[in-house]
Design a protein around this ligand. Structure first.
Ligand code: FES
Length: 109
């Protein structure tokens, strides 16, 4: 009796043909991105664990829940503050910057 081999990775199972890798920019430096990754996943994969500071105390934050619930992963993406990076697919050329506090420093008086 022979053992039938089946595809062993999700890519093989769905017959996916991922596009080429690309880069986004984080605080002025390039971050490599595999297709399909969110911004948070790309930052994590590049060793970046924090990309926001809290309003009170300036404590570092990054991804926590990874499913859009906790809002710990907020960052400024393409000039828009308060974006949940765990939900946003990374697109070629995206610019992500660390968000300080509430992300509205430009409105401060
Ligand atoms: S990590 Fe919790 S909302 Fe993004």
């Amino acid at each position: 009796m022979s053992i039938r081999r089946t595809p062993r990775t999700p890519v093989e199972l769905v017959g996916a043909e991922p596009g080429p890798a690309h880069t986004i920019e984080f605080d002025g430096r390039p971050v490599p991105v595999l297709p399909g990754r969110t911004i948070a996943a790309a930052l994590w994969a590049d060793g970046v664990l924090a990309w926001r500071t809290t309003r009170v105390g300036g404590r570092p934050r990054g991804a926590f829940c990874g499913i859009g619930v906790c809002f710990d992963c907020l960052a400024t993406v393409n000039g828009r503050p308060n974006q949940r990076t765990c939900l946003i697919p990374a697109r070629p050329g995206d610019t992500v910057t660390t968000q300080e506090g509430h992300g509205r420093a430009d409105l401060a008086v």
